[in-house]
Design a protein around this ligand. Structure first.
Ligand code: PD2
Ligand code: ZN
Length: 312
């Protein structure tokens, strides 16, 4: 069993890397970075339960505080747009009846709270912050859903930046009265180990399901340990039957998802996300300028598509 399920982080880390040592100051500062902020949840891996090995999936109860959930919803609620999916052939983001929620992308480390959550995700998954996409906040209203799909890619275009998505962390930002469960229709655990009463939707009864509870987070792996896609990671968001569902998704890749910084000296003018041209066409340069164009301190992710620099 994974030591993270039952050991505090520091002991788990030492059991995996017994020869690792660093100064007390370094240790203290990394612990502090995971726990500072009055409203942020401390990092506590003893709250993690393993729910399935095929696919590999874990739940962390109380990963986010109520304040963090509210904060993410507030950052997103006025900027929601119809959610897109990646086209299997071209890799382009397209609208689809498969996914009927609305959502938006935050910027990475957009503020201290977002950066703190990203640091805790990295500590929990043992995957570096730089391998993560920007967090996507999603809202599912009555009847809205995301039909079963894989988070790994079927096209070549999306593999260029960061390679496959290895893991996903789904954070539940609200409770849902009925429906809205995340379901793994092909999980081997489903039938034997999860009998379901009528508090579950019919959709959830089709597989192993996780009820959205505010603050909980679900981690699952889309790739096997040998980095090949795991077809059992098929998963979906069941239709909301009563209430509404807010969640936040962090997709994590096998390599860094951050393109090289632009270097003005050699005239680089680049997009750092494959979706930039479409987002720019949809008006995101004006609607979401911090992410798209950037600020004085940090370049945005879509400077080329927003035409704020000139390519050679
Ligand atoms: O919000 C969810 O429950 C959900 C379910 C399946 C989100 C995603 N997939 C996703 O964002 O990939
Ligand atoms: Zn998904």
């Amino acid at each position: 069993m994974d030591c993270r399920v039952f050991l505090p982080l520091s002991l788990c880390f030492l059991s995996l890397f017994p020869n690792f040592s660093h100064s007390a100051t370094e240790t203290q500062s990394s612990v502090l970075r995971l726990t500072t902020g009055a409203s942020s949840a401390p990092f506590d891996p003893t709250r993690v339960t393993q729910i399935s090995w095929h696919p590999r999936a874990f739940i962390y109860r109380g990963f986010l505080t109520h304040e963090e959930c509210d904060h993410l919803i507030n950052l997103a609620k006025d900027k929601l747009e119809l959610s897109m999916v990646a086209d299997n052939e071209s890799g382009k983001s397209v609208m689809s009846e498969v996914r009927t929620s609305t959502g938006m992308f935050l910027s990475k480390a957009q503020d201290d709270i977002v950066a703190g959550i990203e640091a805790r995700i990295a500590a929990w998954t043992f995957l570096p912050v730089e391998n993560g996409e920007a967090m996507q906040v999603l809202r599912y209203e009555l009847g809205q859903k995301y039909e079963p799909h894989f988070d790994y890619f079927h096209d070549k275009v999306n593999l260029e930046l960061g390679g496959h998505r290895i893991a996903t962390v789904l954070m539940y930002l609200s409770d849902v009265k009925r429906g809205g469960e995340t379901v793994f229709p092909d999980s081997e655990q489903a039938k034997e180990s999860q009998p379901k009463d009528d508090n579950w939707s019919d959709c959830a009864k089709m597989g192993y399901a996780v009820k959205p509870n505010e603050g909980d987070a679900l981690l699952f792996f889309s790739l096997h340990t040998n980095a090949t896609p795991d077809p059992l990671s098929l998963h979906g968001s069941c239709p909301v039957i009563e209430g509404e569902k807010w969640s936040a998704t962090k997709w994590i890749h096998v390599r860094s998802f951050e393109e090289k910084e632009e270097n003005p000296e050699n005239g680089d003018c680049v997009d750092r996300n494959v979706n930039c041209p479409q987002w720019a066409a949809a008006g995101e340069c004006e609607g979401n300028p911090i992410y798209m164009v950037g600020t004085e301190d940090a370049a945005g992710f879509c400077r080329k598509s927003c035409k704020v620099c000139s390519s050679k």
